[in-house]
Design a protein around this ligand. Structure first.
Ligand SMILES: Cc1ncc(COP(=O)(O)O)c(C=O)c1O
Length: 376
């Protein structure tokens, strides 16, 4: 008797479904909705990026090269020696995939700091890893990293430790000294800097890659650069590490158009500065907007999203999401944690969207319109 196809799947991948972001599907189906849920940038690409896209789209009949020009630019921007310190990918999610593939065998452990971005778990499980989730500490209306608990969770099976800095969805940075403590363990340490540009590269941990070959930095153009739909991300590390993890790259994984558009985005520093300034002033506007709602917690954010806990008000995040939906706003829900059902996250939208969001939340909590004119 022949075996059924079920018996041929790798045991650790069996039953893993396709990942679908239902909120993104919904937003594409109805463009009138306010997409305040996926940490996208509300501003469209700059003219310089659009010009590069148009120019290289005319050469779309040709295969791309390995992106030596853009990789050289990235190395320069980060004080690294050259393109051999940089691996590029189709978004930083793909970069994570490439890194994980080069280290993980079924049964290995990956340490993540939760709540965090879901791709680590998705890719880890696909490769048969056990995800070890270390919760952040929620104290004094803020979320705190717990490096001691991360170090204590290391076992002989630990193959990767990953931390986002700043973290999604909490929006905060870990103190620099703790990165050194984790780097010193020698265990592959992936620092996800998807949102670091909102605070500037001065807060990057990239310098650690020169001293510790186990440190790998990942970045993306999906956030401050505003090119989520283009798909471009990269990893920074010691030459020998980039050489090895690049062994898992699919040939021609990054297309000609994204490669050259990314270069244009890096060169257009003025446009990045404007985007960052816009974002940070809108984060401040929203952060200031709910201070008078008793029990409502707004977590301080250094990114393009803000996490809230309305648990102490007696309401749930789910209720806020449902009410926002009646106004055409899609927010992001969060699972129950720290004894609260009150979590939800907003992504910075256009000025109008942010004001609509504030008015909606205030209405939900029975508050009058905020007097925020001075912040407009
Ligand atoms: C912390 C973090 N890392 C990485 C990414 C992935 O970005 P991309 O695959 O678009 O580069 C995201 C996206 O939301 C994120 O929040």
């Amino acid at each position: 008797m022949t075996k059924s196809i079920d018996q041929y799947y790798s045991p650790w991948v069996k039953g893993i479904p396709m990942y679908i972001s239902n909120h993104i599907e919904k937003a594409w189906r109805d463009p009138s909705l306010h997409r305040m849920m996926s940490n996208e940038n509300p501003l469209p690409p700059s003219d310089k990026v659009l010009e590069a896209m148009a120019k290289y789209s005319k050469m779309a009949n040709r295969y791309p090269d390995q992106g030596l020009v853009v990789r050289t630019k990235i190395a320069e921007m980060n004080g690294l020696e050259g393109p051999y310190n940089v691996m590029i990918g189709n978004g930083s999610s793909e970069v994570f995939d490439n890194i994980f593939r080069m280290f993980i065998e079924p049964g290995d452990e990956v340490i993540q700091h939760t709540p965090c971005f879901g791709i680590y778990g998705l890719r880890g499980k696909l490769l048969g890893a056990t995800m070890v989730s270390i919760p952040m500490i929620y104290k004094d209306k803020a979320m705190h990293f717990d490096p001691d608990a991360i170090l204590a969770a290391i076992t002989p099976k630990t193959k990767i430790i990953t931390i986002a800095n700043p973290n999604n969805p909490t929006g905060n940075f870990m103190d620099a000294q703790h990165f050194v403590r984790i780097a010193e363990t020698g265990i592959p340490f992936v620092i996800d800097e998807a949102y670091v540009e909102y605070s500037g590269l001065g807060l990057s941990q990239v310098a650690l890659t020169k001293k510790y070959s186990n440190v790998i930095i990942t970045r993306t153009l999906s956030k401050a650069y505003g090119l989520a739909g283009m798909r471009f991300g990269y990893a920074l590390a010691a030459k020998e590490v980039i050489d090895q993890i690049s062994g898992s790259l699919l040939p021609w994984n990054v297309g000609t158009i994204p490669m050259w558009a990314a270069l244009a985005a890096f060169e257009d520093t003025e446009s990045l500065a404007k985007r960052v300034e816009y974002n940070n002033s809108e984060v401040e506007f929203i952060t200031e907007s709910f201070k008078d709602i008793p029990g409502f917690v707004t977590l301080p954010s250094k990114s393009n999203y803000i996490l809230f806990d309305c648990g102490p008000t007696g309401k749930t995040g789910k209720d806020v999401l449902a009410f926002a939906e009646t106004k055409g706003i899609i927010l992001r829900g969060e699972t129950r944690k720290y004894d609260s059902e009150g979590w939800f996250r907003v992504t910075i939208g256009s000025k109008e969207e942010n004001r609509l969001f504030v008015a909606t939340v205030r209405e939900f909590f029975g508050m009058a319109e905020a007097t925020t004119d001075s912040l407009n």
